[in-house]
Design a protein around this ligand. Structure first.
Ligand SMILES: [Mg+2]
Length: 391
C-alpha cells in the first residue's frame, strides 16, 4: 500500500496556528489588498469566497473585503515542512516528497514495526496534530495515483483508504480531470470524445484511444483500469536523519536524559541502516526550559551505521552540554548528517577493535530483524528502557 499525505492549506494553517487570533478568519498569505502580488495560499475560510492561490491579491480583496492578508514566511514554512518530514521518517525511509507539504510514502516491510498502512496513516496524522498542531489529509491505496486522488477527496483532515478490490468502484464515478496529468487542454480533448468520467475512459476501446491521443491515451487508459506500476522513489538527497522528543514537563534527571538520547540514537541509527546509508556527523539538539536551543556536533573519523557508535558520541555530547547548561531540558534531538551510501567500501578505523566491530554489527542486525518481525518496542538497549517504560 502507498500513502499520499498532504498538509491542509499548509501556509495559511501555520499562520492560524502561530497567530490564534486568525483562527476561523479568511486568511490570505501573500499578495496585498491594494498592491500587486498574487495569493500564495488561502485558508479554508478564504476559499469559501472563491479565493485561491495564484490569484491577484486585489481580486482576492474584492471577493472578500474583510480577508486578513499576511506576509508569507517561506523559511518558516520550510522549517515546519522539515518537521513534517521528520514525522514521516519515523515510519519509513521510502519517502518521495512532491513539495514542501506533500509526499508519497511506501510502508511495505514496516508492518511489523508500526502496523499496517492504515495504522501508520492514523499514527502520522495523530503525530502531526498533537506535535505540530496542524492537520493533514491522508490517501492510502495500492496504486500511487489512486493514493493521491484519495488524499484530495475528503480534504481537509481527510482519511481515505482504497483497497485493491475497490479500485474500479472508487475510480469509475470520478471525473476524468482527477487523473494525474489531465489539465484543461487535455480535458477539452477528452470531453470532445465524450469522456467525462474515469468509467468512460475505462470502457473506451484502447486501440481507438491510442489512435486518437497517442501514447498519452494508452497511459490514461491504463490508469482508468487501475494499472500503474510506478513506485515511490525515495529522495536520497535527504541531508539528515533526525528524531526528537519534547517533554511535557522539564527534565533534569541525568539518567532519564541519558535514556532519551539512547532511544533517539536507536531510532535514527535503525532508519540509517534501513536507508542503506552511514553517517559521519552526529548532532545533539538541546532545548532549555527557557526555550533557548543549542546544538552540538561531532564529526567521526570514518562513517558508521552502528547504534553503539552513535550512542557513544551522542552521550558524550549530552554530557558536555549538561556541564555547560545544567538547567532543566525541554527537548532533546539527535540528527545524523554527512550521509553516504553504505554500499561504499568501509574504511576501518585504526582505533576500533575489529572483533568488537563485528559483534556490534551482529547486535544491530539482530535488533533490526527482531524489530521488523515483532515490533519496535520489543528489543532495545537497556539504557533506553527507563525512558521507553515511562512513555
Ligand atoms: Mg497541501
Amino acid at each position: 500500500m502507498i500513502l499520499h499525505i498532504d498538509m491542509d492549506a499548509f501556509y495559511a494553517s501555520i499562520e492560524q496556528r502561530d497567530h490564534p487570533e486568525l483562527k476561523g478568519q479568511p486568511v490570505v498569505v501573500g499578495g496585498s489588498k491594494t498592491g500587486r502580488g498574487v495569493v500564495a495560499a488561502a485558508s479554508y475560510e478564504a476559499r469559501q469566497y472563491g479565493i485561491h492561490s495564484a490569484m491577484p491579491g486585489r481580486r482576492a480583496a474584492q471577493l472578500c473585503p474583510h480577508a486578513v492578508f499576511v506576509r508569507g514566511r517561506l523559511d518558516h514554512y520550510a522549517d515546519v515542512g522539515r518537521q513534517v518530514r521528520e514525522i514521516f521518517g519515523r515510519f519509513t525511509p521510502i519517502i518521495q516528497p512532491l513539495s514542501l507539504d506533500e509526499a508519497f510514502l511506501d510502508v511495505a516491510g514496516t508492518e511489523r514495526l508500526h502496523g499496517d498502512a492504515e495504522t501508520i496513516g492514523r499514527s502520522i496524522k495523530d503525530a502531526i496534530e498533537t506535535e505540530l498542531h496542524l492537520t493533514a489529509s491522508v490517501g492510502i491505496a495500492p496504486r500511487k495515483f489512486v493514493a493521491k486522488i484519495a488524499s484530495d477527496l475528503d480534504k481537509p483532515n481527510g482519511f481515505v483508504v482504497v483497497k485493491e478490490s475497490e479500485l474500479t468502484s472508487f475510480l469509475d464515478p470520478l471525473p476524468v480531470e482527477k487523473l494525474w496529468g489531465v489539465g484543461s487542454v487535455a480535458l477539452r480533448r477528452l470531453h470532445r470524445l465524450g469522456l467525462k468520467t474515469i468509467r468512460d475512459v475505462r470502457h473506451y476501446d484502447r486501440e481507438l484511444l491510442v489512435s486518437k491521443l497517442g501514447d498519452w491515451g494508452h497511459h490514461l487508459w491504463k490508469l482508468a483500469n487501475g494499472i500503474d506500476s510506478r513506485g515511490v522513489v525515495p529522495d536520497r538527497s535527504a541531508k539528515q536523519i533526525s528524531h526528537e522528543r519534547t517533554f511535557s514537563d522539564d527534565q533534569s534527571d541525568a539518567e532519564l536524559l541519558h535514556g532519551v538520547v539512547c532511544f533517539l540514537c536507536e531510532q535514527t541509527a535503525m532508519r540509517l541502516r534501513r536507508s542503506q546509508r552511514m553517517t559521519s556527523t552526529i548532532t545533539l539538539k538541546y532545548r532549555r526550559e527557557d526555550f533557548k536551543t543549542f546544538t552540538k556536533s561531532r564529526t567521526l573519523p570514518a562513517p558508521t551505521d552502528q547504534t553503539g557508535k552513535v550512542i557513544q558520541v551522542a552521550v558524550e555530547l549530552l554530557e558536555e552540554m549538561r556541564r555547560n547548561e545544567p538547567r532543566a531540558v525541554r527537548l532533546l534531538g539527535v540528527s545524523l548528517g554527512s550521509l553516504v551510501g553504505s554500499d561504499r567500501p568501509v574504511q576501518l578505523s585504526l582505533f576500533d577493535d575489529p572483533q568488537q566491530q563485528q559483534a556490534e554489527r551482529k547486535v544491530d542486525q539482530v535488533v533490526d530483524q527482531l524489530s521488523q518481525k515483532l515490533g519496535a518496542k520489543t528489543v532495545y538497549r537497556a539504557a533506553s528502557h527507563r525512558w521507553r517504560h515511562r512513555q
